[in-house]
Ligand binder design. Structure first.
Ligand code: THU
Length: 137
């Protein structure tokens, strides 16, 4: 799938965000190697720590449906009351660690700046020398 189409799906997924505490709505669209797309949004909680990011929602939906290999993820974020996106969006450390579990170094992380532009990183760039199962020996 074309990167711009994946970005549009991430922007669309923001609409489902439940963010009554931070007012920061995040959407993600994860493309599997088999060509399926899994979307996700952030889901907050009044007790704060049960909250989950959009990226992990997308990953856990995919894993729970049997997908284990991934190509790229697009992420879009901004205030809940605005369609203007935060051009500096970047995945949190916990989400990077979840990506590390299921993705290779060349997994692409697409940070959506607006409807026409994005920044592209590899997982290796955003989580260099990360911890993984191979360290457990
Ligand atoms: N959030 C995400 O969904 N993804 C990220 O990569 C960073 C943060 C969410 C968590 C919380 O609901 C809100 O954004 C503010 O941190």
């Amino acid at each position: 799938m074309d990167i711009n189409k994946l970005c549009a799906l991430a922007i669309d997924a923001r609409k489902m965000s439940y963010a009554p505490y931070s007012y920061y709505a995040v959407g993600a669209a994860l493309l599997s190697k088999s060509g399926k797309v899994f979307t996700g949004c952030n889901i907050e909680n009044s007790a704060f720590s049960p909250s989950v990011c959009a990226e992990r929602t997308a990953f856990f939906k995919a894993i729970s449906e049997g997908e284990t290999e991934f190509e790229r993820i697009a992420i879009a974020a901004g205030n809940v009351n605005s369609e203007k996106l935060n051009a500096d969006v970047t995945p949190c450390g916990v989400c990077r660690q979840v990506m590390r579990e299921f993705c290779k170094d060349d997994f692409e992380i697409i940070c959506v700046a607006d409807t026409e532009s994005f920044k592209k990183y590899s997982l290796k760039e955003l989580l260099p020398n990360g911890f993984s199962g191979s360290n457990l020996k």
